[in-house]
Ligand binder design. Structure first.
Ligand SMILES: O=C(O)CCC(=O)C(=O)O
Length: 237
C-alpha cells in the first residue's frame, strides 16, 4: 500500500465510452439530475445526524430505490447480468474537512450474511457486517457504479485507475508497484450525477482534495445473483 502516484496520469474526458471489457472502466454522462443529487446529499446529511453508518446505505429505502433504477439504465445494462443485485452502497464524502488519499489497490471484499458454518474465504467484520474476500473468479463478476453527487475534478480527489489492470486477477501487493510504474494512469473526472463504472479488480487510487469543492460519491456494488458455496450477500437489492 506504499505505492501512490508513480504512474503517469492522463485525464479522462467527461463521458468517455471506453471498451469496458478491455479497460475495466467507463465514465457515464449524468444519470440523475442536479436536483436529485442535491436531494440525496440532504437525505445523507439527515442520516449523519442520526449517526447512521456510511458503508451500509442499502439499509436506507432511497438508496435501494436508486440501486433498482440504476439496473434499468441503458448505459449500465450491457455491464450488468440479467439477475444482477446491488450488494453494497457506501458513501464517500471527501472535502477539506474530511480529506484522505488512498494508495493503489483493488477492492477485494464483499459483504455477506453471517454464515452458519465456517467460511473458506478470508473474512473480517466491519460495522457489524461480515466481509469476505472471494476468489478472483467471483470478484471479476462484480461491478462498481460510483454515482457522483458533485463534479469530480482534477483537484478534488478524483479516482485514478490503471486501465486493463483488472485482467490480471488478484495482484499481489508486491506486484502493484510494477503495474503502476509501467502503465499510464487515467484520472477519472466525472460530471455531477454521472458515474464512474469500474471492475473492483481494477487498480485504483485517489489523492487528497486540493480545493474547497466537496466530492461526494455513492459507491454501489452489483453482483450476479447469489455468491457460490451457499453463502448469501448481506443485502441483495
Ligand atoms: O473515493 C475514494 O477516494 C477512494 C475510494 C476507494 O478507494 C474505494 O472505493 O476502494
Amino acid at each position: 500500500m506504499a505505492v501512490s502516484s508513480n504512474a503517469a496520469v492522463a485525464t479522462a474526458p467527461i463521458a468517455i465510452q471506453t471498451d469496458f471489457t478491455a479497460s475495466g472502466f467507463l465514465i457515464t454522462p449524468p444519470l440523475i439530475d442536479d436536483s436529485e443529487c442535491a436531494a440525496i446529499a440532504e437525505a445523507i446529511d439527515d442520516l449523519a445526524s442520526d449517526r447512521a453508518g456510511s458503508r451500509n446505505l442499502l439499509d436506507v429505502a432511497w438508496a435501494r430505490s436508486l440501486a433498482i433504477r440504476l439496473k434499468t439504465m441503458c448505459v449500465l445494462q450491457p455491464m450488468l447480468p440479467v439477475a444482477a443485485v446491488a450488494i453494497q452502497c457506501t458513501y464517500f464524502d471527501k472535502s477539506p474537512d474530511r480529506n484522505w488519499r488512498v494508495a493503489w489497490h483493488q477492492d477485494l471484499s464483499a459483504p455477506i450474511q453471517r454464515p452458519e458454518t465456517s467460511i473458506a474465504w478470508r473474512c473480517a467484520e466491519k460495522e457489524g457486517v461480515i466481509y469476505v474476500q472471494p476468489p478472483a473468479e467471483v470478484l471479476r463478476q462484480l461491478l462498481a457504479v460510483r454515482v457522483h453527487l458533485d463534479p469530480s475534478t482534477a483537484t478534488n480527489g478524483s479516482l485514478r485507475v490503471i486501465p486493463g489492470s483488472h485482467r490480471h486477477g488478484r495482484i499481489a501487493a508486491a506486484d502493484t508497484a510494477k503495474y503502476v510504474s509501467t502503465s499510464e494512469a487515467v484520472l477519472c473526472t466525472v460530471p455531477c450525477g454521472g458515474a464512474l463504472v469500474l471492475r473492483p479488480l481494477l487498480l485504483h487510487a485517489s489523492s487528497k482534495s486540493l480545493d474547497a469543492t466537496p466530492r461526494r460519491v455513492l459507491h454501489f456494488v452489483f453482483a450476479p445473483g447469489a455468491p457460490p458455496t451457499g453463502l448469501r450477500w448481506h443485502r441483495a437489492v
